[in-house]
Design a protein around this ligand. Structure first.
Ligand SMILES: [Zn+2]
Length: 208
């Protein structure tokens, strides 16, 4: 089976189960279609094909409002009229869906962060995009605790999540709800080789 046939077969399997074959799934899915979505969580995750949150969190349709981009980056608020896809998704999730949680989920072995750590320019769009997290790279390069490229990339994967958490708070509508305690903001890191999910702890300043 080639890659396109595999996708079509996957859709047929999905349809069999969500449109009748599995009573519980099909009832819940029909309800989502007629009543609309009310996801509680907005997640910003990487486009990497190995870290699909619906699979790694074993979640159902309607659970997660998902944004996936290169290196799970949140850009700062910038009301300049340009085409900000990630910012539009954040606005929709917070102001129209009323999500209760925003999770920035990074991961190990991230190619986007590897591109950021390189000194060479990558493509027309990748370098400018990942440069949103340039501050994370600078912090890591200044820190003598890390001696190998792999250690520095891992540290940057985590530091970049913190830059995105800070950038989330530059969105006035996010900040307002966060200050009122109406929204939780979390930083998660999927250590893919070890199969661990780490959460950033504000008190210790570490992912645990
Ligand atoms: Zn990645």
């Amino acid at each position: 089976m080639n890659s396109i046939e595999k996708l079509k077969k996957g859709f047929a399997d999905f349809k069999n189960s969500y449109y009748g074959g599995d009573f519980k799934k099909s009832a819940e899915y029909a309800k989502l279609i007629t009543e609309g979505q009310q996801p509680k969580t907005l997640m910003i995750a990487c486009s990497d094909s190995r870290v699909s949150p619906e699979i790694t969190f074993n979640s159902n349709p309607g659970d997660i409002f998902m944004v996936r981009n290169i290196a799970n980056i949140v850009p700062p608020y910038d009301n300049d009229g340009h085409k900000h896809g990630t910012s539009a998704a954040i606005e929709f999730a917070v102001n129209y869906l009323g999500v209760e949680n925003i999770i920035v989920k990074g991961h190990a072995n991230c190619g986007g962060i590897a591109a950021l750590m390189k000194d060479v320019s990558t493509g027309d769009f990748i370098s400018p995009w990942v440069s949103v997290s340039a501050r994370a790279k600078e912090e890591v390069l200044k820190n003598s605790e890390f001696s190998t490229d792999e250690e520095r990339r891992t540290a940057c994967e985590k530091a970049s999540i913190l830059v995105s958490l800070e950038n989330l708070l530059t969105f006035p509508f996010v900040r307002k709800k966060y200050v009122r305690g109406e929204i939780k903001i979390l930083g998660w890191y999927f250590d893919m080789p070890k199969g661990l999910l780490l959460e950033y702890n504000n008190e210790t300043g570490r992912f645990q």
